[in-house]
Design a protein around this ligand. Structure first.
Ligand code: UGA
Length: 323
């Protein structure tokens, strides 16, 4: 059985990936700095679940700290999944430095640490945000990503190309996965669907930036985690989209939440955010071809599971800071 390093293991996607690796019988060495970018209770709960599973080891570590990262990494590992990141699009204008540190310096530190330990497989979480607003849809991986709209997207683009340099120089297998607006149970509370569920359930005003006609290729977290696991078989440098291939208009997403919660939202319309893409839609032909991956969970099912989780955890989930 293999040993994998997963950074950001208390995070939404990484916790799910870690569970799947452990379920396959592998060992996972998880790193996370447990920062307070959002309500840390979510991170602690995810971590508790992982700690209850066999073959999981945790080390608190901030990957933007070069010496600490090198010291934390085990002597050997079969692959690194670098999923630790600052990930909010809109907040990245307020503190771009912290995004740079976690996403660019953090990725560089992990690549260097892999080089030092002779770990030659590296999977990097990237984002659909790198496509900006100039590319034809559905976005192909070879589209021009030179025009990001936010410091967050720019930091991920920098991490991607740093990965290429390491693949080129040191023969590492680097796979860049561009995730498309991932949602699901215990998701990130700064993101639209989590907020909508909480706000509709608790009868709080639902903030919509712009006119609600923007669309996202929302992708269910289990589908994403399957794609992440599959990507470790690849060789060389690859960039792969993981998206649902079913763009959903934001206001329609809210309607689905309303229908399933059984309540109607009061909308608080806010100005359009210049950091945001008007639409996202993944071309997933490459994921199908190289990974044999297709998304399986429909919006109805995914949103139902998110709402189910929320209702089960409502006592504390209603208090989770979503703004
Ligand atoms: C999300 C994640 O936050 C990023 O980490 C990820 O990299 C990115 O998807 C991606 O996959 O590329 P975003 O698309 O902004 O970013 O996701 P949401 O927070 O779900 O926002 C979707 C849309 O809803 C945006 O236009 C946003 O302005 C809008 N929104 C969000 C609202 O109208 N109201 C809200 O309360 C929250």
């Amino acid at each position: 059985m293999a040993l994998y390093v997963v950074t950001g293991c208390a995070g939404f996607i990484a916790a799910n990936v870690t569970e799947k690796l452990l379920a396959e019988g592998h060992s996972v060495f998880g790193l996370d700095n447990l920062n307070d970018a959002y309500d840390v209770r979510l991170k602690h709960r995810r971590l508790e679940r992982l700690r209850a599973l066999p073959n999981f080891e945790f080390r608190q570590c901030d990957i933007s700290d070069r010496a600490a990262t090198l010291a934390a990494l085990p002597a050997r590992a079969d692959a690194v999944f670098n999923l630790a990141a600052r990930a909010g699009v809109r907040p990245s204008v307020d503190d771009p430095w912290v995004y740079y540190q976690a996403n660019v310096t953090g990725t560089l530190n992990m690549l260097e640490a892999c080089k030092a330990r002779g770990i030659s497989k590296f999977v990097l979480a990237s984002t659909s945000s790198v496509y900006g607003n100039r590319n034809p849809m559905p976005y192909r991986e070879d589209a021009n990503t030179d025009y990001p709209l936010s410091p967050y997207a720019a930091s991920k683009k920098a991490a991607e190309v740093m990965g290429h340099a390491y693949a080129h120089l040191y023969g590492m297998d680097v796979t860049v996965l561009r995730f498309f607006t991932v949602y699901g149970p215990a998701g990130r509370p700064d993101m639209s669907l989590f907020r909508f569920v909480q706000w509709v359930a608790e009868e709080r005003p639902v903030i919509i930036y712009g006119d609600g006609t923007q669309s996202r290729d929302f992708t269910y977290v289990d589908d994403i985690a399957r794609g992440v696991l599959a990507s470790r078989q690849l060789e060389g440098y690859n960039i792969i989209n993981l998206g649902s291939d079913e763009p959903l208009v934001l206001i329609e997403a809210l309607r689905l939440v309303e229908a399933q919660v059984g309540k109607q939202a009061t909308i608080d319309w806010k100005p359009w955010q210049e950091t945001d893409m008007k639409a996202s839609w993944a071309n997933i032909a490459k994921a199908k071809e190289l990974l044999g991956w297709t998304p399986r969970v429909s919006y109805e099912e995914g949103i139902e599971r998110l709402i189910g989780w929320y209702m089960e955890n409502r006592e504390w989930a209603r208090e989770i800071r979503t703004i």
